[in-house]
Design a protein around this ligand. Structure first.
Ligand code: DC
Length: 222
């Protein structure tokens, strides 16, 4: 088992931004578990499977071979040997990922992959259930959150930079819906682990939030 930092929290709180920077500083591997659920969601969307059809999802998800590789220090997600990094960041895929990740078979498959990665390397892993379920023995657990309006603004700007036009009110609605679903699902819902440190990034710069995490990391070494 390597050293592991678990970062959980709702959509748009800045998990992947912070996790990437912290991983780089520490020379750890960054594992974006949301990307795995997104790759699975893309597979289900392509196969025209309804988000509500639990039975079909349980069966079909077995045909999705999801693997990750590290190329030029970036995590690249492969879906049945196809690099899907450029296809999984849409709101449609994100919403389907939230809906399909309630499924037990989907979670079993991806949690297994996540645990294997943490066994062989030092990792900063972000997601919804890392501190509570995937890596309950993580050396450091962070729960990152921010005001929903601010998270919606961030997503809106992220999409805008990529040239994708969107509506901030619609994004906020989607975010709230997704939070609700992620926090109330039966299997490993999003919640703050008892031993996780809470960081609210609403009024923090990226640098300030990274500093806060680095301080906590250093405190675990004493
Ligand atoms: O972090 P993200 O927006 O890329 O995640 C997309 C969805 O995947 C999220 O709404 C819920 C699901 N997810 C999950 O259930 N467990 C994780 N560890 C990571 C993501």
């Amino acid at each position: 088992m390597g050293f592991s930092i678990a970062i959980d929290g709702p959509a748009g709180a800045g998990k992947s931004t912070m996790a990437k920077v912290v991983a780089k500083k520490l020379n750890f591997i960054y594992v974006d578990t949301g990307a795995m659920y997104r790759a699975m969601a893309l597979f289900l969307l392509r196969n025209k499977i309804d988000a509500q059809d639990a039975e079909k999802i349980s069966i079909k998800c077995q045909e999705a071979d999801i693997t990750i590789k590290y190329e030029n220090e970036e995590q690249v997600i492969y879906l049945n040997n196809e690099n899907v990094n450029g296809l999984i960041r849409t709101e449609e895929v994100g919403n389907m990922a939230s809906a399909s990740s309630v499924n037990k078979e989907v979670r079993l498959k991806l949690v297994d992959l996540q645990r294997k990665l943490a066994q062989t390397a030092d990792v900063v892993m972000d997601g919804r259930d890392i501190g509570t379920h995937v890596l309950p023995q993580a050396n450091l657990k962070i729960y990152l959150t921010a005001d929903a309006g601010i998270r919606a603004q961030r997503r809106y700007h992220e999409l805008k930079i990529k040239g994708i036009d969107s509506n901030v009110e619609q994004i906020k609605k989607d975010i709230l819906e997704r939070d609700e679903r992620d926090m109330t699902r039966e299997i490993s819902p999003l919640r703050q682990a008892e031993d996780a440190f809470l960081i609210d990034t609403s009024y923090m710069t990226i640098e300030e939030a990274v500093d806060a995490i680095m301080k906590l990391y250093k405190s675990t070494l004493i």
